[in-house]
Design a protein around this ligand. Structure first.
Ligand code: FES
Length: 258
């Protein structure tokens, strides 16, 4: 983990309230594992807490990375007003990402995401495809209006989309797509809200490698404040917890109570 003032080289709106920002700087050299996140200071002293945002694309050659975020409050709205050439105080990369070392060429994996949980899955799929792994993407959005990156995922592998309102792809949630899947994956990777993660955990109980990236509110982002705890699954007392920011955000299915 390092801290750096990274330079914004591009910012564009992908969908209403959803932005893609490209950042460049030496910090990119530290970014190797998909699923990690950056903790970014809002460029205004009125905001004390950094905002955790997952890394969606890494390019070592140009020392660039991308983040995709949705404007939720005043802090993230400040990010949306920034332009190419502006700088951001970035801490990272943080957290434990997805483990892909054990996957072999020609194996098939399922990559499952919903809404603003989709971004880190893009870099994950990119790295898996580079290893020769076959990726099938199952992505859910509220509607076609807030859908993004469909073509980018299509370029990496088979991509199936569900929208809550049926304006694109299959109507319903990602669970509907997964129930219709006809192959058995060597691994499943998921990122999204707890409902999506629970569905994945239940549907793939027989799969030996299911990795879930949890969404959590955070404060320090480095394991010091306990703002992001969730309970361990193998603890009958219900008192043992893990910190999503530095022990996660990615956990093997069954390790934590979702
Ligand atoms: Fe502070 Fe996780 S956000 S411990």
């Amino acid at each position: 983990m390092k801290q750096e003032r990274m330079t914004i080289t591009k910012q564009r709106m992908l969908a209403p309230r959803i932005y893609e920002m490209t950042l460049s700087g030496a910090l990119v050299q530290e970014m190797t594992t998909p699923g990690q996140f950056l903790h970014i200071r809002v460029p205004d002293d009125a905001f004390l807490l950094r905002r955790p945002i997952s890394i969606s694309w890494i390019d070592q050659e140009s020392q660039s990375c991308r983040i995709i975020y949705r404007t939720e409050g005043e802090g993230t709205k400040r990010f949306a007003h920034l332009q190419s050439g502006d700088q951001l105080d970035v801490l990272g990369p943080l957290g434990n990402g997805f483990h892909i070392e054990d996957l072999q060429k020609d194996e098939t994996v399922f990559i499952v995401g919903g809404g603003i949980g989709v971004p880190p899955l893009y870099e994950l799929s990119k790295q898996l495809v580079a290893k020769g792994v076959r990726t099938i993407h199952f992505l859910g959005f509220a509607s076609s209006e807030v859908m993004y990156y469909e073509k980018a995922f299509q370029a990496l592998g088979d991509t199936r989309i569900a929208t809550d309102d049926g304006t694109y792809g299959v109507q319903g949630n990602v669970g509907n797509l997964l129930l219709a899947a006809d192959s058995k994956p060597a691994a499943v990777f998921a990122c999204g809200n707890n409902g999506l993660l629970k569905t994945v955990e239940q549907l793939f109980q027989d799969c030996p490698n299911v990795q879930l990236s949890l969404e959590s509110r955070m404060a320090c982002g480095i394991g010091a404040c306990y703002a992001c705890v969730c309970h361990k699954a193998d603890d009958p007392t219900g008192t043992k917890s893990v910190k999503v920011c530095d022990e996660g955000p990615v956990f093997q299915a069954g390790k934590v109570v979702i």
